[in-house]
Design a protein around this ligand. Structure first.
Ligand SMILES: NC(=O)c1ccc[n+]([C@@H]2O[C@H](COP(=O)([O-])OP(=O)(O)OC[C@H]3O[C@@H](n4cnc5c(N)ncnc54)[C@H](OP(=O)(O)O)[C@@H]3O)[C@@H](O)[C@H]2O)c1
Length: 288
């Protein structure tokens, strides 16, 4: 089953203690602003803010007048951070059945919701056992705790392993102009073949706010931003969304104006030669 996510997904990693440290009322305002701009999907992970950001979001969400069914909540589990309260001494991955079940129940409690629209396994682990994961996910679906299941940072072969046991509806991976290998190494081809929705984390690729970027890239930004009447962030997002795999960028900003730019970028159709011009400007050479 494919859930409908907004094309731009709001990433919450830096809404709380790992970033902007927004108050409950600021979080509520930001959720409402996202909603009124057409961003209805919110990306979480249990670990964000050292296990505190889902709770901060839930506290903000409870003050919003937006019906839960109008939004989509995505969360992830499987990274166990070293944490005194939880008795973990070392950062590691954990995909045992009980760990997955407990993680999701905690996420639901913190987000103040009865279900997640999508649960992602945060990163592949050498110890993951598809049978145990299948048992946990089936139980979560049967209880109505999650609507769908997906992966994050999984290669096509790791994805195929999971697909033998479960329907995989999404893979959230790093994709951007600067992290463009999924466009060439088969990751996005595989998503298209299998009808898996690709979600792009860090879609701006760390290219903005940097002091020095190559002058060819700066020039390309200048020309193409003028051509498409957008800003650098809008151009970088449009560049991703012009890929035919229907990439859904997960944007990390907490600024309402930048969310608006991102939504406007969904409408930008980049001419083929311009698309390759931006790639060449980043790489420093054109295609082989
Ligand atoms: N699945 C995974 O393993 C994984 C890993 C990492 C992240 N994620 C998800 O992906 C989301 C996004 O990740 P990200 O935050 O790295 O992505 P991003 O959207 O590429 O980067 C956001 C950063 O870029 C800055 N920025 C945006 N527009 C700018 C502009 N015009 N000029 C200068 N700086 C600008 C933002 O600053 P302002 O805040 O000031 O706008 C923010 O610091 C996270 O929130 C999380 O939900 C998932």
């Amino acid at each position: 089953m494919q859930t409908n996510y907004s094309r731009i997904i709001a990433g919450t990693m830096n809404w709380g203690s790992w970033g902007a440290k927004l108050s409950s009322s600021q979080i509520c305002e930001l959720i409402e602003a996202c909603y009124s701009n057409g961003i209805t999907s919110f990306d979480h992970a249990d670990i964000y803010g050292d296990y505190t950001t889902e709770g901060d979001f839930g506290d903000g969400f409870k003050h919003c007048g937006i019906p839960r069914e109008s939004l989509q909540f995505i969360s992830k589990c499987g990274i166990a951070l070293s944490n005194q309260e939880r008795g973990t001494k070392l950062n590691h991955y954990n995909y045992t059945k009980q760990y997955i079940l407990d993680s999701v129940e905690r996420s639901l409690h913190k987000l103040k919701t009865s279900y997640l629209d999508l649960l992602l396994l945060h990163r592949p682990s050498p110890l993951m056992d598809p049978d145990q994961i299948q048992e946990a996910v089936s139980e979560l679906i049967n209880k109505g705790y999650i609507k769908s299941f997906g992966l994050s940072n999984f290669t096509p072969s790791q994805t195929r392993l999971m697909q033998q046991k479960l329907e995989v509806s999404a893979n959230q991976i790093e994709i951007s102009l600067s992290a463009n290998s999924p466009m060439f190494n088969g990751d996005l081809d595989y998503c298209m073949t299998e009808n898996i929705r690709p979600m792009a984390w860090a879609p701006l690729g760390g290219l903005l706010g940097k002091k020095v970027i190559p002058s060819a890239l700066e020039l390309a930004f200048k020309k193409l931003c003028a051509t498409y009447n957008t800003t650098k962030d809008g151009l970088l997002l449009a560049w991703l969304m012009n890929h035919p795999s229907q990439i859904h960028p997960v944007v990390g900003t907490t600024k309402i104006e930048r969310h608006k730019t991102a939504v406007a970028a969904c409408e930008i159709k980049i001419e083929t030669e311009d698309w390759f011009y931006l790639l060449a400007a980043f790489r420093g050479h054109d295609i082989p």
